[in-house]
Design a protein around this ligand. Structure first.
Ligand SMILES: Cc1cc2nc3c(=O)[nH]c(=O)nc-3n(C[C@H](O)[C@H](O)[C@H](O)COP(=O)(O)O)c2cc1C
Length: 387
Protein backbone atom coordinates (compact mmCIF):
# COMPACT_ATOMS: atom_id res chain seq x y z
CA UNK A 1 0.00 0.00 0.00
CA UNK A 2 3.02 2.28 0.30
CA UNK A 3 4.98 1.14 -2.72
CA UNK A 4 6.15 4.08 -4.89
CA UNK A 5 4.27 6.57 -2.73
CA UNK A 6 6.02 9.92 -2.20
CA UNK A 7 6.03 10.66 1.50
CA UNK A 8 7.30 13.91 2.90
CA UNK A 9 8.33 13.49 6.54
CA UNK A 10 8.51 16.60 8.72
CA UNK A 11 10.44 16.14 11.95
CA UNK A 12 10.20 18.79 14.66
CA UNK A 13 12.09 19.42 17.91
CA UNK A 14 10.40 17.02 20.31
CA UNK A 15 11.94 14.39 22.53
CA UNK A 16 10.34 11.69 20.35
CA UNK A 17 12.26 12.84 17.24
CA UNK A 18 14.43 9.69 17.43
CA UNK A 19 11.30 7.55 16.88
CA UNK A 20 10.81 9.20 13.48
CA UNK A 21 14.03 7.45 12.38
CA UNK A 22 12.29 4.07 12.70
CA UNK A 23 9.23 5.45 10.90
CA UNK A 24 11.41 6.63 8.00
CA UNK A 25 13.10 3.23 7.90
CA UNK A 26 9.84 1.29 7.82
CA UNK A 27 8.29 3.51 5.16
CA UNK A 28 11.42 3.16 3.01
CA UNK A 29 11.46 -0.65 3.45
CA UNK A 30 7.82 -0.73 2.34
CA UNK A 31 8.84 0.84 -0.99
CA UNK A 32 7.94 4.49 -0.37
CA UNK A 33 10.20 7.39 -1.36
CA UNK A 34 10.74 9.38 1.83
CA UNK A 35 12.11 12.93 1.72
CA UNK A 36 12.63 14.64 5.06
CA UNK A 37 12.42 18.20 6.30
CA UNK A 38 13.90 18.71 9.76
CA UNK A 39 13.38 21.90 11.74
CA UNK A 40 16.43 23.55 13.29
CA UNK A 41 15.27 22.30 16.69
CA UNK A 42 14.82 18.74 15.42
CA UNK A 43 18.52 18.80 14.48
CA UNK A 44 19.32 19.34 18.18
CA UNK A 45 17.79 15.90 18.92
CA UNK A 46 18.86 13.75 15.93
CA UNK A 47 21.31 14.15 13.04
CA UNK A 48 20.14 14.66 9.45
CA UNK A 49 22.79 12.17 8.32
CA UNK A 50 20.86 9.34 10.03
CA UNK A 51 17.73 10.12 7.99
CA UNK A 52 19.72 10.55 4.77
CA UNK A 53 21.48 7.21 5.26
CA UNK A 54 18.18 5.40 5.92
CA UNK A 55 15.99 6.98 3.24
CA UNK A 56 18.67 7.52 0.52
CA UNK A 57 16.78 10.72 -0.23
CA UNK A 58 17.40 14.41 0.47
CA UNK A 59 17.07 15.68 4.03
CA UNK A 60 16.54 19.42 4.13
CA UNK A 61 17.32 21.34 7.27
CA UNK A 62 17.92 24.93 6.23
CA UNK A 63 15.49 27.36 4.65
CA UNK A 64 18.08 29.25 2.65
CA UNK A 65 20.37 26.36 1.74
CA UNK A 66 22.20 27.37 -1.48
CA UNK A 67 23.42 23.79 -1.99
CA UNK A 68 20.17 21.95 -1.34
CA UNK A 69 19.04 22.26 -4.97
CA UNK A 70 15.42 22.43 -3.81
CA UNK A 71 13.14 25.38 -4.39
CA UNK A 72 11.34 26.48 -1.30
CA UNK A 73 7.96 24.95 -2.12
CA UNK A 74 8.88 22.20 -4.58
CA UNK A 75 8.62 19.51 -1.88
CA UNK A 76 5.00 20.55 -1.28
CA UNK A 77 4.21 19.78 -4.93
CA UNK A 78 6.22 16.53 -4.90
CA UNK A 79 4.48 14.86 -1.93
CA UNK A 80 1.55 12.42 -2.05
CA UNK A 81 1.24 13.01 1.68
CA UNK A 82 2.99 15.04 4.39
CA UNK A 83 3.37 13.53 7.85
CA UNK A 84 4.74 15.61 10.71
CA UNK A 85 6.04 13.15 13.31
CA UNK A 86 6.62 14.07 16.00
CA UNK A 87 4.67 17.33 15.80
CA UNK A 88 5.53 19.88 18.50
CA UNK A 89 3.02 22.26 20.04
CA UNK A 90 5.02 24.90 18.20
CA UNK A 91 4.52 23.58 14.64
CA UNK A 92 0.82 22.92 15.32
CA UNK A 93 0.43 26.49 16.61
CA UNK A 94 2.36 27.99 13.73
CA UNK A 95 0.28 26.13 11.14
CA UNK A 96 -3.00 27.06 12.84
CA UNK A 97 -1.85 30.68 12.79
CA UNK A 98 -0.75 30.57 9.15
CA UNK A 99 2.88 31.28 10.04
CA UNK A 100 5.59 30.35 7.54
CA UNK A 101 8.98 31.17 9.02
CA UNK A 102 10.98 28.07 8.12
CA UNK A 103 10.91 25.41 5.42
CA UNK A 104 8.55 23.00 7.20
CA UNK A 105 5.98 25.63 8.17
CA UNK A 106 6.14 27.16 4.66
CA UNK A 107 5.67 23.72 3.08
CA UNK A 108 2.71 23.07 5.39
CA UNK A 109 0.96 26.14 3.99
CA UNK A 110 1.80 25.31 0.38
CA UNK A 111 1.01 21.60 0.34
CA UNK A 112 -2.15 20.36 -1.40
CA UNK A 113 -1.71 16.71 -0.42
CA UNK A 114 -3.20 15.37 2.84
CA UNK A 115 -1.32 16.29 6.02
CA UNK A 116 -1.09 14.06 9.09
CA UNK A 117 0.16 15.50 12.39
CA UNK A 118 1.39 13.16 15.14
CA UNK A 119 1.43 15.40 18.23
CA UNK A 120 3.83 14.42 20.99
CA UNK A 121 4.48 16.53 24.04
CA UNK A 122 4.24 16.92 27.82
CA UNK A 123 0.74 16.12 29.16
CA UNK A 124 0.14 19.68 30.38
CA UNK A 125 1.18 21.08 27.01
CA UNK A 126 -1.22 18.69 25.26
CA UNK A 127 -4.00 19.66 27.71
CA UNK A 128 -3.36 23.37 27.23
CA UNK A 129 -6.48 25.04 25.80
CA UNK A 130 -4.35 26.89 23.25
CA UNK A 131 -2.95 23.64 21.89
CA UNK A 132 -6.42 22.07 21.94
CA UNK A 133 -7.83 25.08 20.10
CA UNK A 134 -5.08 24.90 17.46
CA UNK A 135 -5.76 21.19 16.90
CA UNK A 136 -9.49 21.92 16.59
CA UNK A 137 -8.88 24.72 14.07
CA UNK A 138 -6.67 22.50 11.93
CA UNK A 139 -8.99 19.47 12.23
CA UNK A 140 -11.95 21.56 11.11
CA UNK A 141 -9.94 22.57 8.03
CA UNK A 142 -9.25 18.95 7.06
CA UNK A 143 -5.81 18.41 8.61
CA UNK A 144 -5.52 14.93 10.13
CA UNK A 145 -4.28 14.12 13.63
CA UNK A 146 -3.28 10.81 15.17
CA UNK A 147 -3.78 11.37 18.88
CA UNK A 148 -0.94 10.59 21.31
CA UNK A 149 -1.02 7.64 23.69
CA UNK A 150 -1.22 7.75 27.48
CA UNK A 151 1.65 6.56 29.67
CA UNK A 152 5.03 7.61 31.07
CA UNK A 153 6.43 10.68 29.38
CA UNK A 154 10.11 11.52 28.97
CA UNK A 155 9.60 14.62 31.15
CA UNK A 156 8.76 12.33 34.10
CA UNK A 157 5.01 12.91 34.02
CA UNK A 158 2.29 10.31 33.46
CA UNK A 159 -0.45 11.21 31.01
CA UNK A 160 -1.49 11.71 27.43
CA UNK A 161 1.23 12.95 25.12
CA UNK A 162 3.33 9.95 24.12
CA UNK A 163 4.33 9.32 20.52
CA UNK A 164 2.32 6.26 19.33
CA UNK A 165 3.62 3.03 17.83
CA UNK A 166 4.95 3.73 14.33
CA UNK A 167 2.76 0.89 13.03
CA UNK A 168 -0.34 2.91 13.93
CA UNK A 169 1.04 5.90 11.98
CA UNK A 170 1.62 3.58 9.03
CA UNK A 171 -1.98 2.24 9.15
CA UNK A 172 -3.20 5.85 9.21
CA UNK A 173 -0.96 6.86 6.27
CA UNK A 174 -1.99 3.83 4.21
CA UNK A 175 -5.64 4.74 4.69
CA UNK A 176 -5.16 8.43 3.89
CA UNK A 177 -3.24 7.56 0.72
CA UNK A 178 -5.88 5.19 -0.70
CA UNK A 179 -9.29 5.88 0.85
CA UNK A 180 -11.70 8.72 1.55
CA UNK A 181 -13.31 9.51 4.91
CA UNK A 182 -16.38 7.67 3.64
CA UNK A 183 -17.47 6.36 7.06
CA UNK A 184 -17.65 9.82 8.66
CA UNK A 185 -20.69 10.10 10.99
CA UNK A 186 -21.20 6.32 10.95
CA UNK A 187 -21.32 4.35 14.18
CA UNK A 188 -19.62 1.00 13.79
CA UNK A 189 -19.62 -1.92 16.25
CA UNK A 190 -16.99 -4.65 15.85
CA UNK A 191 -16.47 -7.80 17.89
CA UNK A 192 -13.10 -9.54 17.85
CA UNK A 193 -11.16 -12.40 19.42
CA UNK A 194 -11.98 -15.84 20.81
CA UNK A 195 -14.47 -16.48 23.63
CA UNK A 196 -13.54 -18.73 26.57
CA UNK A 197 -16.07 -21.15 28.08
CA UNK A 198 -15.11 -22.19 31.59
CA UNK A 199 -14.96 -25.87 32.51
CA UNK A 200 -13.65 -24.96 35.96
CA UNK A 201 -11.77 -21.89 37.30
CA UNK A 202 -8.55 -23.01 35.54
CA UNK A 203 -9.71 -24.64 32.32
CA UNK A 204 -11.76 -23.46 29.40
CA UNK A 205 -12.82 -24.23 25.83
CA UNK A 206 -11.68 -21.75 23.22
CA UNK A 207 -10.61 -21.56 19.57
CA UNK A 208 -7.78 -20.39 17.36
CA UNK A 209 -9.03 -16.89 16.47
CA UNK A 210 -6.29 -14.29 17.04
CA UNK A 211 -8.60 -11.28 16.80
CA UNK A 212 -6.47 -9.65 14.09
CA UNK A 213 -9.22 -9.54 11.43
CA UNK A 214 -11.59 -7.73 13.81
CA UNK A 215 -8.91 -5.29 14.96
CA UNK A 216 -7.91 -4.64 11.33
CA UNK A 217 -11.52 -3.82 10.45
CA UNK A 218 -11.75 -1.56 13.50
CA UNK A 219 -8.60 0.35 12.48
CA UNK A 220 -9.67 0.63 8.84
CA UNK A 221 -13.16 1.90 9.78
CA UNK A 222 -11.73 4.36 12.33
CA UNK A 223 -9.20 5.83 9.90
CA UNK A 224 -12.02 6.16 7.33
CA UNK A 225 -13.83 8.43 9.78
CA UNK A 226 -16.18 6.06 11.67
CA UNK A 227 -16.93 6.20 15.37
CA UNK A 228 -15.84 2.68 16.29
CA UNK A 229 -16.77 0.61 19.35
CA UNK A 230 -15.01 -2.67 19.97
CA UNK A 231 -16.13 -5.63 22.04
CA UNK A 232 -13.24 -8.01 22.49
CA UNK A 233 -13.16 -11.57 23.74
CA UNK A 234 -9.68 -13.01 24.33
CA UNK A 235 -6.85 -11.68 22.15
CA UNK A 236 -3.14 -11.43 22.84
CA UNK A 237 -2.90 -8.46 20.46
CA UNK A 238 -2.76 -4.85 21.61
CA UNK A 239 -6.11 -3.10 21.36
CA UNK A 240 -5.68 0.14 19.37
CA UNK A 241 -5.44 2.84 22.04
CA UNK A 242 -7.73 5.25 20.15
CA UNK A 243 -10.75 2.89 20.18
CA UNK A 244 -13.47 2.41 22.77
CA UNK A 245 -13.29 -1.18 23.97
CA UNK A 246 -15.18 -3.39 26.39
CA UNK A 247 -14.27 -7.02 27.06
CA UNK A 248 -16.60 -10.03 26.99
CA UNK A 249 -15.06 -13.28 28.12
CA UNK A 250 -17.65 -15.94 27.27
CA UNK A 251 -20.34 -16.42 24.61
CA UNK A 252 -22.96 -15.43 27.19
CA UNK A 253 -21.02 -12.25 28.14
CA UNK A 254 -20.70 -11.44 24.43
CA UNK A 255 -24.43 -12.00 23.91
CA UNK A 256 -25.27 -9.39 26.55
CA UNK A 257 -22.52 -6.94 25.59
CA UNK A 258 -23.66 -6.94 21.94
CA UNK A 259 -27.44 -7.13 22.23
CA UNK A 260 -27.56 -4.39 24.91
CA UNK A 261 -26.12 -1.77 22.52
CA UNK A 262 -26.63 -3.11 18.97
CA UNK A 263 -29.56 -0.79 18.16
CA UNK A 264 -27.31 2.30 18.28
CA UNK A 265 -25.07 1.23 15.38
CA UNK A 266 -25.25 1.78 11.62
CA UNK A 267 -22.87 -1.04 10.81
CA UNK A 268 -22.07 -4.18 12.82
CA UNK A 269 -19.24 -6.63 12.15
CA UNK A 270 -19.54 -9.82 14.18
CA UNK A 271 -15.93 -10.87 13.70
CA UNK A 272 -15.33 -12.56 17.08
CA UNK A 273 -15.15 -16.35 17.11
CA UNK A 274 -17.93 -17.11 19.58
CA UNK A 275 -18.16 -20.62 20.96
CA UNK A 276 -21.19 -22.63 19.74
CA UNK A 277 -21.07 -24.81 22.86
CA UNK A 278 -20.35 -24.27 26.53
CA UNK A 279 -19.97 -26.75 29.43
CA UNK A 280 -23.46 -27.57 30.74
CA UNK A 281 -22.32 -27.49 34.36
CA UNK A 282 -19.05 -25.62 34.88
CA UNK A 283 -17.44 -26.52 38.17
CA UNK A 284 -16.95 -23.81 40.80
CA UNK A 285 -13.84 -25.68 42.06
CA UNK A 286 -10.89 -27.06 40.12
CA UNK A 287 -11.78 -30.57 38.93
CA UNK A 288 -9.47 -33.18 40.44
CA UNK A 289 -7.69 -35.76 38.30
CA UNK A 290 -9.53 -39.12 38.33
CA UNK A 291 -11.05 -41.59 35.91
CA UNK A 292 -11.93 -40.76 32.28
CA UNK A 293 -14.82 -38.33 32.20
CA UNK A 294 -17.47 -37.08 29.79
CA UNK A 295 -17.94 -33.35 29.44
CA UNK A 296 -21.53 -32.45 28.68
CA UNK A 297 -21.90 -29.37 26.47
CA UNK A 298 -24.92 -27.24 25.73
CA UNK A 299 -25.57 -24.80 22.89
CA UNK A 300 -24.78 -21.13 23.44
CA UNK A 301 -27.23 -18.45 22.35
CA UNK A 302 -26.91 -17.38 18.70
CA UNK A 303 -26.00 -13.69 18.81
CA UNK A 304 -25.98 -13.18 15.05
CA UNK A 305 -29.39 -14.78 14.56
CA UNK A 306 -30.80 -12.61 17.34
CA UNK A 307 -29.36 -9.46 15.70
CA UNK A 308 -30.71 -10.52 12.28
CA UNK A 309 -34.22 -11.02 13.69
CA UNK A 310 -34.26 -7.63 15.44
CA UNK A 311 -32.35 -5.51 12.96
CA UNK A 312 -33.38 -1.84 12.56
CA UNK A 313 -33.89 -1.00 8.85
CA UNK A 314 -30.99 1.50 8.70
CA UNK A 315 -28.53 -1.07 10.09
CA UNK A 316 -26.09 -3.14 8.02
CA UNK A 317 -25.25 -6.47 9.64
CA UNK A 318 -22.12 -8.38 8.64
CA UNK A 319 -21.46 -11.92 9.85
CA UNK A 320 -18.25 -13.95 9.63
CA UNK A 321 -17.98 -17.67 8.97
CA UNK A 322 -14.81 -19.69 9.40
CA UNK A 323 -15.16 -22.58 6.98
CA UNK A 324 -12.95 -25.45 5.92
CA UNK A 325 -15.16 -26.97 3.18
CA UNK A 326 -17.99 -25.89 0.82
CA UNK A 327 -17.05 -22.37 1.81
CA UNK A 328 -19.32 -20.31 -0.44
CA UNK A 329 -22.34 -22.65 -0.23
CA UNK A 330 -22.22 -22.81 3.58
CA UNK A 331 -21.79 -19.06 3.82
CA UNK A 332 -24.71 -18.35 1.49
CA UNK A 333 -26.98 -20.61 3.55
CA UNK A 334 -25.94 -18.77 6.75
CA UNK A 335 -26.45 -15.36 5.08
CA UNK A 336 -30.08 -16.21 4.32
CA UNK A 337 -30.91 -18.12 7.49
CA UNK A 338 -29.57 -15.41 9.81
CA UNK A 339 -30.98 -12.51 7.74
CA UNK A 340 -27.57 -10.87 7.29
CA UNK A 341 -26.73 -8.14 4.78
CA UNK A 342 -23.23 -9.53 4.17
CA UNK A 343 -21.20 -12.52 5.20
CA UNK A 344 -17.44 -12.85 5.11
CA UNK A 345 -16.43 -16.49 4.66
CA UNK A 346 -12.91 -17.18 5.77
CA UNK A 347 -11.16 -20.21 4.29
CA UNK A 348 -9.27 -21.45 7.37
CA UNK A 349 -7.36 -24.02 5.33
CA UNK A 350 -5.39 -21.26 3.55
CA UNK A 351 -5.60 -18.23 5.86
CA UNK A 352 -2.56 -17.43 7.97
CA UNK A 353 -1.65 -15.21 10.89
CA UNK A 354 -1.33 -11.93 9.02
CA UNK A 355 -2.80 -12.84 5.64
CA UNK A 356 -6.23 -14.16 4.83
CA UNK A 357 -8.41 -15.38 1.96
CA UNK A 358 -12.09 -14.50 2.20
CA UNK A 359 -15.22 -14.58 0.08
CA UNK A 360 -17.63 -11.75 0.81
CA UNK A 361 -21.25 -12.41 -0.12
CA UNK A 362 -24.41 -10.35 -0.25
CA UNK A 363 -27.79 -11.58 -1.53
CA UNK A 364 -26.87 -10.68 -5.13
CA UNK A 365 -23.10 -10.23 -5.20
CA UNK A 366 -19.91 -12.02 -4.29
CA UNK A 367 -16.18 -11.24 -4.29
CA UNK A 368 -12.99 -13.03 -3.28
CA UNK A 369 -10.22 -11.08 -1.55
CA UNK A 370 -6.86 -12.10 -0.24
CA UNK A 371 -3.77 -10.57 1.29
CA UNK A 372 -2.69 -8.70 4.38
CA UNK A 373 -5.62 -8.46 6.85
CA UNK A 374 -5.54 -4.65 6.99
CA UNK A 375 -5.78 -4.46 3.19
CA UNK A 376 -8.56 -7.07 3.17
CA UNK A 377 -10.39 -5.06 5.87
CA UNK A 378 -10.40 -2.04 3.55
CA UNK A 379 -11.58 -4.20 0.63
CA UNK A 380 -14.46 -5.55 2.75
CA UNK A 381 -15.46 -1.96 3.62
CA UNK A 382 -15.30 -1.01 -0.07
CA UNK A 383 -17.50 -3.97 -1.03
CA UNK A 384 -20.07 -3.02 1.61
CA UNK A 385 -20.07 0.65 0.63
CA UNK A 386 -19.75 0.40 -3.16
CA UNK A 387 -20.46 -3.21 -4.16
C1 LIG B 1 14.77 18.62 25.91
C2 LIG B 1 13.57 19.22 25.22
C3 LIG B 1 12.51 18.39 24.87
C4 LIG B 1 11.40 18.93 24.23
N1 LIG B 1 10.38 18.08 23.89
C5 LIG B 1 9.28 18.60 23.30
C6 LIG B 1 8.19 17.74 22.95
O1 LIG B 1 8.24 16.51 23.15
N2 LIG B 1 7.10 18.28 22.36
C7 LIG B 1 7.01 19.63 22.12
O2 LIG B 1 5.98 20.08 21.60
N3 LIG B 1 8.04 20.46 22.43
C8 LIG B 1 9.15 19.99 23.01
N4 LIG B 1 10.20 20.84 23.33
C9 LIG B 1 10.08 22.26 22.98
C10 LIG B 1 10.41 22.50 21.52
O3 LIG B 1 11.70 22.03 21.22
C11 LIG B 1 10.29 23.99 21.21
O4 LIG B 1 8.93 24.38 21.32
C12 LIG B 1 10.82 24.34 19.84
O5 LIG B 1 10.61 25.73 19.62
C13 LIG B 1 10.15 23.53 18.73
O6 LIG B 1 10.63 23.97 17.48
P1 LIG B 1 10.14 23.29 16.12
O7 LIG B 1 8.68 23.10 16.24
O8 LIG B 1 10.49 24.31 15.07
O9 LIG B 1 10.94 22.06 15.96
C14 LIG B 1 11.33 20.33 23.95
C15 LIG B 1 12.41 21.14 24.30
C16 LIG B 1 13.51 20.59 24.93
C17 LIG B 1 14.66 21.51 25.28
Amino acid sequence: MLKDKKILLGITGGIAAYKAVELASRLTSAGAAVKTIMTAHACEFIRPLTLKSITHQPVITAYFDQNADIEHISLADWADILVVAPATANIIGKTAGGIADDLLSTTLLAVKAPVLFVPSMNVHMYDNPLVKRNIEILSSLGYQFLEPTTGSLACGYQGKGRYPENQEIIFNLQTLLHYKKDLRDKKVLITAGATRENIDPMRFITNNSSGLMGLSLARAAYFRGAEVSLITAHTSLLIPYYLKNVTANSAEDMYHAVTDIADHFDLIFMTAAVSDYTPAQPSAQKIKKGQDMDLKLKRTRDILENLGNNKPTRQTLVGFAAESENIVANAREKLTRKKLDFIVANDISVSGKNDTTVNVLSSNNQKQMNGDKFLVAHQILDFILYG
